[in-house]
Ligand binder design. Structure first.
Ligand SMILES: Nc1nc2[nH]c(O)nc2c(=O)[nH]1
Length: 379
C-alpha cells in the first residue's frame, strides 16, 4: 500500500493547480484533490496543502513489498525535485521580477507558485507539435489519445487504499519514439482527429529513430541538447517536421533548461503590446515575422533577465481564460478534466471538440516547419 510522503514546500514555491494545467504538460490527470502522471514504470500522485507537497507512488504490482515501495518513493522524490526544478528559489525570482517590472508586481500575488517544469524532451516535443493552432483542452485530448493508442497500460496499478479508485487503473505512459515512428501511425492519427499534425508527429518520430537508431539513443540525443547552446539546440529542433520557432522555443524552455527563452504566440504578442510598449494593435491581425518575434524576445528579456522564460509563464498563465478572471483559485474549479480512458463508443474526434477554451495558440507565431528546417512567413 502506498502512503503519502511529505516534502515541505510552500505554495509560493509551487502551485500545482496552476503549473500542471497552464499549458506546459498536458498529461496530468485530476482525480479528486490529486494530480496523477504515468511514467514508464509507475504512477506518481501529488497533492498539496499550504506548506507541503505530498506524493505517493503507485506501482504495477498488486502487492509491492515494503522495500520495493520505499525504494520507489525515494526515486519519486528525486524525480520530483528534478521535474519541478526545486533547486530554483521561485520566491526570490518573483521578488526580482516584481522589482524590475510594475506589471509583474501587480499580478504576482494572484499568480504565485508558477514555475517551469523540466519535462521529458520527447514528450514535450510531440505535445507541442500537437499545440499548433490549438488550445489546451484539445491538446490535452490529443496527448491522452496518443498515450492510449500507442503505449501499453501499466495494468493492475494497485490503489486499494484509494476511495476514489475507479477500479480500472489503466494508466498509459507517453509513447516511445519507435511506437510513433511506425508506418500507419499517420493514417490512424488522422482518423483520430489530429489533422495535419498526424504527419508531423509520425515524421518527427521517424526522423529521430532513423537518425539515432533506438528509443534509448533518441532519449540520449534529446537530453544531450541540454548541454548545447540555446541557438544550437534551437537549430536542431527546427529540423523536425511541424516545428517552427514557437514550438522549438517551448521545448527549449520546458525541457531543455533554456530558462531565458520566451516563446512568442498570440498571448505573448498581445501582452507585449498591452503592457510592454510593443508597437502594434491587438485588434488588427499582424503576421508574425522572425524580426518581430526577435523584437518581442529582446524586449521581454530586457525586462525580466536571465529567467525571462520563467517570468513569461506567469504572465502567460494570467492571460489564459481559465485563470484570468480572479487568479488561480477561481480557475481550480473550472478547468476541463479529461477522462483517463474513454470507451471507444464514447470517444469523439479530437478535432471537433467544441468546449469553451482559450483561443488557439500559435496563430500569431512563426509557422510550423514544413520539412527539414524549411520556414515561411505566415500571414
Ligand atoms: N508562449 C507560450 N505558449 C504556450 N503554449 C502553451 O501550450 N504553453 C505555452 C506557454 O507557456 N507559453
Amino acid at each position: 500500500m502506498s502512503l503519502w510522503q511529505t516534502l515541505p514546500l510552500p505554495q509560493s514555491q509551487l502551485c500545482l493547480s496552476a503549473v500542471l494545467k497552464c499549458g506546459q504538460s498536458f498529461r496530468w490527470l485530476s482525480v479528486g484533490e490529486e494530480y496523477r502522471l504515468c511514467l514508464r514504470d509507475r504512477v506518481v500522485c501529488l497533492k498539496q496543502d499550504q506548506s507541503n507537497l505530498c506524493y505517493r507512488t503507485l506501482l504495477p504490482h498488486s502487492q509491492p513489498s515494503l522495500p520495493q515501495q520505499q525504494l520507489a518513493e525515494a526515486e519519486t522524490r528525486v524525480w520530483l525535485e528534478d521535474y519541478f526544478q526545486l533547486g530554483v528559489n521561485l520566491q526570490k525570482l518573483y521578488a526580482d521580477w516584481a522589482a524590475r517590472d510594475k506589471v509583474f508586481s501587480s499580478i504576482e500575488t494572484r499568480f504565485a507558485g508558477i514555475r517551469i517544469l523540466r519535462q521529458d524532451p520527447f514528450e514535450n516535443l510531440i505535445s507541442f507539435i500537437c499545440s499548433s493552432n490549438n488550445n489546451i483542452a484539445r491538446i490535452t485530448k490529443m496527448v491522452h489519445a496518443l498515450c492510449k493508442h500507442y503505449s501499453a497500460p501499466l495494468v493492475a496499478v494497485s490503489d486499494s487504499s484509494d476511495p476514489l479508485s475507479d477500479a480500472q487503473l489503466h494508466y498509459h505512459p507517453f509513447p516511445t519514439p519507435s511506437a510513433l515512428a511506425a508506418p500507419g501511425v499517420e493514417n490512424r492519427l488522422r482518423t483520430l482527429g489530429f489533422g495535419y499534425r498526424a504527419k508531423f508527429i509520425q515524421q518527427t518520430a521517424k526522423m529521430l529513430i532513423d537518425t539515432h537508431g533506438s528509443d534509448h539513443l533518441v532519449e540520449q540525443f534529446l537530453a544531450g541538447l541540454r548541454n548545447s547552446s540555446t541557438e544550437d539546440a534551437r537549430q536542431e529542433l527546427l529540423k523536425f517536421m511541424g516545428v517552427g520557432r514557437k514550438v522549438a522555443d517551448c521545448v527549449l524552455l520546458m525541457s531543455l533548461d533554456k530558462k531565458e527563452v520566451v516563446p512568442v504566440d498570440t498571448h505573448v504578442y498581445q501582452i507585449a503590446i498591452k503592457h510592454y510598449g510593443l508597437k502594434g494593435s491587438i485588434k488588427i491581425k499582424t503576421s508574425m515575422t522572425p524580426k518581430l518575434y526577435d523584437e518581442i524576445n529582446t524586449k521581454l528579456f530586457a525586462v525580466w533577465g536571465d529567467y525571462a522564460g520563467w517570468a513569461h509563464s506567469v504572465l502567460f498563465t494570467s492571460d489564459l481564460k481559465a485563470f484570468s478572471a480572479h487568479g488561480i483559485e477561481a480557475a481550480e474549479t473550472s478547468l476541463p478534466t479529461p477522462p483517463p480512458t474513454p470507451s471507444p463508443s464514447k470517444r469523439k474526434k479530437i478535432g471537433t471538440a467544441t468546449e469553451a477554451s482559450d483561443g488557439d495558440f500559435n496563430s500569431a507565431s512563426l509557422p510550423s516547419g514544413t520539412g527539414r528546417g524549411k520556414r515561411r512567413r505566415v500571414s
